[in-house]
Design a protein around this ligand. Structure first.
Ligand SMILES: Cc1cc2nc3c(=O)[nH]c(=O)nc-3n(C[C@H](O)[C@H](O)[C@H](O)COP(=O)(O)OP(=O)(O)OC[C@H]3O[C@@H](n4cnc5c(N)ncnc54)[C@H](O)[C@@H]3O)c2cc1C
Length: 587
């Protein structure tokens, strides 16, 4: 494959403008300075940056990778220059508040831009994700002095950031974190311990890095209740904000990985490093979730970014590759074959459905921050919180599976590296693992989001789907989508009621069904988006015809999975526990 990347701007604008009606957002006081034409211009610039500056780095970054030399991480050739352009273009501040030097645009616009960055070069996109998410955390939880010092540097892109949670004995189970933070007596702390798998734990793109570290103060209670959050800079920060001596943070290795090779994944040793506490003592995990939630949405975006690129590559290849047809005639392009079309439509339906769902979720977060009415803000937040683990898990899975299908469409030419689609599969595989594995997302959805507060978040979601089903009754072009969505929603309602009943007497049955339950929610949510997209794509343009054809495919070929997922969600744990762990691991 060439380094060609075609950003999905047309589809993004269709979703933002026509399906979600972004005008509602721009009529709010918080976004009065923005308007659709300006957003279009920003995204056009973003598309140009992604195609011209980032896309050419993707393959070279994979081949060269980042490396550790004399204790310093060096990113692949071209990354420094691209990053300098990224910062100079003001991209780090796209959705950051105006009073911190940002552009104050909605998160939904940032998400659209971020998809293009990830589609062009996902390994590059990793650093800005942490920078932006850290800025969100500090805006909410840091004291005024820290905010004034650090936020503008993150928003301008002058400083980078990391999230330091994982340790050798603390992966999904963050309650086992051992890193210590001893008070120094002057309001600062000495942070000591080892963090592993830290993305961009060191790099040569920014002069400073702020590490956001979860650690324990002396005498802290065990478990997550004893975690506090610390900002530990790579270099000490002088009182006036200048950079001082190196802090006690050392990169002891970088990992050799399956993909994302240009994104350095570091082991960081903290040796009495100077840190300041962010938020309340023992309130660290709660504060960190401001960063984690922002990153979970970003991981969903990574999935769709990669999926979009894989779809483009496979569609172009299928139209050009001649193979098959009657031997007495010239071979036909493989795009003529039913099975290849099935793969291409599957890729398109999953990519565009999840793109719309992720933009919808970002929209709800924008509304949750900007609506004048408190009740309406709470309703928007409920829906966003419900959809967030679904976006993270389904978006990341779609990234890998669509890339995998792109390899299949390319045949043997996809398995060898020239076509570049195998890199997309390798790069996207980790998205299901980091920022909380997809299994943990499913448990969060079922045991917390569904069971807490009388299932309020779930009810908001179901209500919104029902409203759109009512609104679209009788629209001829959505008939197929309408009936399958109604049926899938009924299955989701039945599965939800059954799992709720099981929660008290048989929680292990609920855990056993968590992943298929999340996938069922994801299918209904995608079906909801396809219903609305089919209703909105009502013209005779090529875009409209392809959209309606894909909506129909989604209804007829993908939505039937609802029946299987419902059964799997309710299958219980008996078969899983039919043998004990020693036998399960013995042979
Ligand atoms: C490339 C890369 C970049 C990363 N970047 C960062 C970073 O910047 N900062 C950072 O802090 N970390 C980072 N991580 C770490 C990542 O967040 C962890 O790998 C992830 O949280 C899973 O932890 P683990 O690898 O220890 O797996 P484990 O927690 O050991 O999980 C292994 C399997 O067991 C399952 N499992 C575990 N516990 C349960 C349970 N209670 N119930 C059901 N199933 C369970 C999991 O779902 C998974 O399938 C990164 C990892 C990679 C590979």
């Amino acid at each position: 494959m060439s380094d060609a990347y075609a950003p999905p701007m047309h589809d993004q604008m269709f979703v933002l403008e026509t399906v979600l009606d972004a005008g509602r957002l721009f009529s709010l006081p918080a976004y009065r300075h923005a308007e659709m034409d300006a957003v279009r211009a920003v995204l056009e610039q973003g598309a140009k940056f992604a195609t011209e500056v980032l896309a050419p780095l993707n393959r070279a970054g994979d081949e060269t990778g980042s490396r550790l030399e004399d204790g310093r991480v060096l990113t692949p050739p071209g990354f420094r220059e691209a990053y300098a352009q990224y910062a100079a273009g003001g991209w780090p501040g796209l959705d950051q508040p105006l009073d911190c030097g940002g552009h104050g645009l909605p998160l939904a616009v940032q998400v659209a831009f971020e998809e293009m960055v990830d589609g062009a070069c996902i390994a590059f996109g990793m650093l800005p994700v942490m920078q932006r998410s850290c800025a969100r955390l500090l805006a909410r939880h840091a004291d005024a002095a820290t905010r004034a010092l650090v936020l503008p540097k993150l928003v301008s892109g002058e400083w980078g950031a990391t999230i330091c949670m994982s340790e050798p004995l603390a992966g999904s189970d963050v309650a086992r974190i051992r890193t210590k933070a001893e008070p120094r007596g002057d309001g600062t702390y000495a942070v000591s311990g080892t963090k592993i798998f830290i993305s961009y734990g060191d790099q040569d793109l920014t002069g400073q890095i702020v590490h956001m570290v979860l650690a324990r103060t002396p005498g802290a209670p065990p478990g997550t209740r004893g975690l506090s959050l610390f900002l530990v800079p790579k270099r000490r920060i002088e009182p006036g904000g200048g950079l001082g001596a190196p802090n006690g943070v050392r990169v002891s290795r970088i990992e050799h990985k399956m993909g994302l090779k240009a994104s350095p994944t570091c082991v960081l040793d903290f040796e009495e490093a100077h840190g300041v506490r962010i938020g309340e003592e023992h309130g660290g995990l709660k504060a960190m979730f401001a960063m984690v939630n922002s990153m979970r949405l970003a991981v969903a975006v990574q999935g769709v970014g990669v999926a979009g690129r894989a779809l483009g590559a496979a569609s172009r290849y299928a139209a050009e590759r001649p193979q098959g047809g009657p031997p007495e005639r010239p071979p036909v392009p493989i795009i003529e074959h039913a099975d290849v079309r099935r793969m291409l439509f599957t890729m398109r339906a999953r990519t565009e459905g999840l793109r719309a769902l992720i933009l919808q979720t970002a929209f709800e977060l924008d509304f949750a921050a900007a609506l004048p009415d408190a009740e309406a803000r709470a309703a928007a937040l409920d829906l966003a919180e419900w959809l967030l683990p679904v976006c993270k898990a389904c978006g990341s899975e779609a990234g890998f599976e669509v890339a995998n299908l792109a390899i299949q469409v390319h045949g043997g030419h996809g398995y060898v590296s020239d076509a570049g689609v195998e890199q997309l599969a390798r790069d996207s595989r980790v998205s299901s693992i980091y920022e909380g594995t997809n299994g943990i997302q499913a448990l969060d959805l079922v045991t917390r989001k569904l069971m807490q507060d009388g299932g309020r978040r779930y009810e908001r979601f179901v209500q919104r789907v029902r409203t759109d089903l009512e609104r679209t009754i009788g629209i001829a072009q959505v008939e197929a989508n309408h009936s399958v969505l109604r049926e899938a929603l009924a299955r989701l309602e039945a599965a939800t009621a059954a799992l709720r009943k099981k929660m008290e007497p048989a929680p292990r049955d609920v855990e056993a069904g968590a992943t298929p339950y999340l996938q069922l929610v994801g299918l209904v949510a995608s079906g909801w988006m396809w219903l609305r997209m089919a209703a909105a794509a009502d013209d005779a343009s090529e875009f409209g015809r392809l959209k309606r054809a894909t909506a129909r495919f989604h209804a007829e070929h993908l939505m039937p999975a609802a029946a299987t997922l419902e059964r799997q969600a309710l299958a219980g744990s008996a078969a899983l526990d039919a043998v004990d762990s020693s036998l399960l691991s013995a042979l």
